[in-house]
Each structure stands twice: as structure tokens, then as C-alpha cells.
Design a protein around this ligand. Structure first.
Ligand SMILES: NC(=O)c1ccc[n+]([C@@H]2O[C@H](COP(=O)([O-])OP(=O)(O)OC[C@H]3O[C@@H](n4cnc5c(N)ncnc54)[C@H](O)[C@@H]3O)[C@@H](O)[C@H]2O)c1
Ligand SMILES: CC(C)[C@H](C(=O)O)[C@@H](O)C(=O)O
Ligand SMILES: [Mg+2]
Length: 368
């Protein structure tokens, strides 16, 4: 099969992890007889430096034509002095919005060989396997007005959702739950926010369309606590944009590192932007220390969702599992008796593992 992939490396460790994902995609193409073509475009701080804007028209146009998009990360101290509308992060928010990528799927599952890498107790982490379905193009991130007022003595951000925006993400979450253990937790702050009360109403209406899914509501503060005290309680969580952002970084603790969490930002027709959950990590950028597995697993999600190549996705995930079983890891993961390697060496190991044809069953097949 032929597929055209747009790479958006961005800033900080973005280029390092994107290169790793590309490497693994090239190995996939070779192994399965596909033709993947790649095109690199600017986004974020790199785009500001090269083209004066965080989201150039060319980038958007290329993404609209792509079969899949892989993004590294955007942002960093170099651009922090810029006004809000010119910041690198605006490029990422812009592309999500412009492409209508309203659903961000963030699977969190501990690899068995990393159970001790989490600072949480093994008995808490063991068996955790959850999916955060984060609404991605609404809420506080996009509401207007957002401004300073009255000579800088007041500030306003706006949380808006339309009924249709909530309905489509709730549908997505119910459908994800149907593919998994059929337990959905809708997370909100309905004791305070009107938007959350409408969210709850919609979940209550929608549940009749999915009678095989058990659904409940949970307040976000309680959910934050339960995520790290009793993570195996959860299957699918669905929540609005900002709550989803925060809860997913928190949940990464279950896996041992933020560098392990992949994500898919998708829309109904199958186009997707595949992005690790982590940021540009300026503290380790340029040192080949970044964990490339979140980006590699994001590429596996692209194979599964946008390209419908589930065998290929299984192969990548199984190779990641095998490399971790062999005790290879980057510096962010604390693995007793492990073999610490650079990010590029770890990516090569995954690639070699795939080429060795040694990989068997994918017991990590959690990325739905
Ligand atoms: N999707 C994105 O592009 C994205 C996501 C989050 C943050 N950001 C941006 O990134 C910049 C830095 O943000 P931050 O420091 O709060 O968050 P961050 O996710 O970049 O880093 C948080 C911590 O996790 C570590 N880390 C992150 N990814 C890692 C990896 N793959 N391997 C090893 N360690 C890793 C970092 O070294 C750091 O200690 C900011 O400008 C922020 O806006 C971008
Ligand atoms: C960089 C930032 C705008 C972004 C977000 O909040 O969506 C990031 O934290 C993420 O999780 O993808
Ligand atoms: Mg985030």
C-alpha cells in the first residue's frame, strides 16, 4: 500500500523523536512491502524562526493532503517572550482546530517490564490499562473572549462548548469503550461548572444508544486521586480539553515516564495527527536522551487507525515490548539492572527487533 506521511518535528526533542518514529515506519514499510513517502514541514517555534508564524499555510496544505501526520513537540524558552497569539503552542492548537481533530485518544498501559519504573507501588500499577478520550478542539483552549481588561487589572478566558461538540466526543468514547472493557467514566466538574452539567446531561442521553457500556460520572478532583491510587478501576475516561490534558500527564506516572505515552488526534474520516503526549523537553533537548517510545507508539497508532494496518501496528508494539523485556531503556526510566542507552540507540533496537522477525504475539495491544 502507498501512504504519504507528513512529519512535523517542531522544537526541542521533537526532531529527535520524530526521526525515531520515521525510522520505525521505514522498517515497517520494508517488512510489509508498503511504500511510505515522507515530507517534512515546519510547525511551532521552528516555523516562527523560518517563516514568521507558528502554523504556515504550506504546513496546513500538506497536512490536508496527507494520509497521516506525525508530530514531535512544540515550544521552548526561546519563544516564551512572544505574545500569546504568536507562541509555538498556537501552531499545535491551530492545526488541531483547522483539521477538525476533535478526539485525542491517549492510551496508558504499563509495559510489564516497567512495573518497577513507576514511583507508585507495583500492586497499584499492575494491570492498569486505560484510555483517556480527551476533547481536543473546544473548551477553555479556544473560547472567546480571552483578553486582559481594564488596564490590565482583569483577565478573562472563556469555556465554551456546543452541544454538537460534546455529543461527538461522547460518541467516540462510548465506541472506544465498546472495543475495550465496556466501562466508561465521564469526568467533569458538574458541582461547579455549567458546561459540565450540560456534559453530564449529554452523557445521560447518549448512554441509551450504547446499552452494553456501563457508564458513570466522576468529579475531576476525585478522578485525579483515583487515577494514581486505584488505576485498574478505569477502562475509558472521557473528559473536556483541559481536564484531559492534566489527567493524562498525571496518568503517565503509571508507565514510569511521560516519554512512554502516545496519542492519536483524530476525526471521523480517519485522518489523524499522531503525537506523543509529552512536550519539547528543553532540559534534555539535543542530547539524544529523549525517550523515543511515545513517538514510536504514536506511529503505531497511525498504522492502526489511519492506515488500517493492524498487523503492522502489532509488530511495532510487540517490538517495543521485546526491547523493554531485553532491559533497554532511556535515562528517564529507572529500571533496576537495565541497560541505559541513548534515544537513537533505543529506536534502532526497536527497528532491529522488527527486522529480526523474532517478534511473536503482541501482548501490549492496548492502543484502541
Ligand atoms: N504536544 C506538544 O507539543 C507539547 C506538549 C506538552 C508541552 N509542550 C511544550 O513543551 C515545552 C516544555 O514543557 P514542559 O517542560 O512543561 O513539559 P515536557 O513534557 O516537555 O517535559 C516535562 C518533563 O518530562 C521530561 N520528558 C518529556 N518527554 C520526554 C521524553 N520523551 N523522554 C525523556 N524525558 C521526557 C522532560 O525532560 C521534563 O523533565 C513548553 O513550551 C510546552 O508548552 C508541548
Ligand atoms: C502544548 C500544549 C498546547 C498541549 C495541550 O495542552 O494540548 C500539550 O500539553 C499536549 O498535551 O498536547
Ligand atoms: Mg499536555
Amino acid at each position: 500500500m502507498k501512504k504519504h506521511i507528513v512529519l512535523l518535528p517542531g522544537d526541542g526533542i521533537g526532531p529527535e523523536v520524530t526521526k525515531a518514529a520515521k525510522r520505525v515506519l521505514e522498517t515497517t514499510a520494508e517488512q510489509f512491502g508498503h511504500t511510505f513517502t515522507f515530507e517534512t514541514q515546519d510547525i511551532g517555534g521552528a516555523a516562527i524562526d523560518h517563516q514568521g508564524t507558528p502554523l504556515p499555510e504550506d504546513t496546513l496544505a500538506a497536512c490536508r493532503k496527507a494520509d497521516g501526520i506525525v508530530l514531535g513537540a512544540v515550544g521552548g524558552p526561546k519563544w516564551e517572550h512572544l505574545p500569546g497569539h504568536l507562541r509555538p503552542e498556537k501552531g499545535l492548537l491551530g492545526i488541531r482546530k483547522q483539521l477538525g481533530l476533535f478526539a485525542n485518544l491517549r492510551p496508558i498501559k504499563g509495559f510489564p517490564s516497567l512495573l518497577h519504573a513507576s514511583p507508585l507501588k507495583r500492586e497499584v500499577v499492575e494491570g492498569s490499562d486505560l484510555l483517556i478520550v480527551r476533547e481536543l478542539t473546544g473548551g477553555l483552549y479556544f473560547g472567546e473572549p480571552r483578553e486582559r481588561r481594564n488596564q490590565n487589572t482583569e483577565v478573562v478566558d472563556t469555556l465554551t462548548y456546543t452541544r454538537a461538540e460534546i455529543e461527538r466526543i461522547v460518541d467516540q468514547a462510548f465506541q472506544s469503550a465498546q472495543l475495550r472493557r465496556r466501562h466508561l467514566t465521564s469526568v467533569d466538574k458538574a458541582n461547579v461548572l455549567e458546561s459540565s452539567r450540560m456534559w453530564r446531561e449529554i452523557v445521560e442521553e447518549k448512554k441509551h444508544d450504547y446499552p452494553d457500556v456501563e457508564v458513570e460520572h466522576m468529579l475531576v478532583d476525585a478522578a485525579a486521586m483515583k487515577l494514581i491510587t486505584n488505576p485498574t478501576y478505569f477502562d475509558v475516561l472521557v473528559t473536556e480539553n483541559m481536564f484531559g490534558d492534566i489527567l493524562s500527564d498525571e496518568a503517565s506516572v503509571l508507565t514510569g515516564s511521560l516519554g512512554m505515552l502516545p496519542s492519536a488526534s483524530i476525526r471521523e474520516d480517519g485522518l489523524g495527527l499522531y503525537e506523543p503526549v509529552h512536550g519539547s523537553a528543553p532540559d534534555i533537548a539535543g542530547q539524544d536522551k529523549a525517550n523515543p517510545l511515545a513517538a514510536i507508539l504514536s506511529a503505531a497508532m497511525m498504522l492502526r487507525y489511519s492506515f488500517q494496518m493492524s498487523e503492522e501496528a502489532d509488530e511495532v508494539e510487540a517490538a517495543v515490548h521485546a526491547v523493554l523485556q531485553d532491559k533497554y531503556h532511556t535515562a528517564d526510566l529507572k529500571v533496576a539492572g537495565g541497560i541505559q542507552v541513548s534515544g537513537s540507540v533505543l529506536a534502532n533496537k526497536v527497528s532491529e527487533q522488527m527486522s529480526s522477525h523474532d517478534t511473536t504475539e503482541n501482548i501490549m495491544r492496548c492502543y484502541v
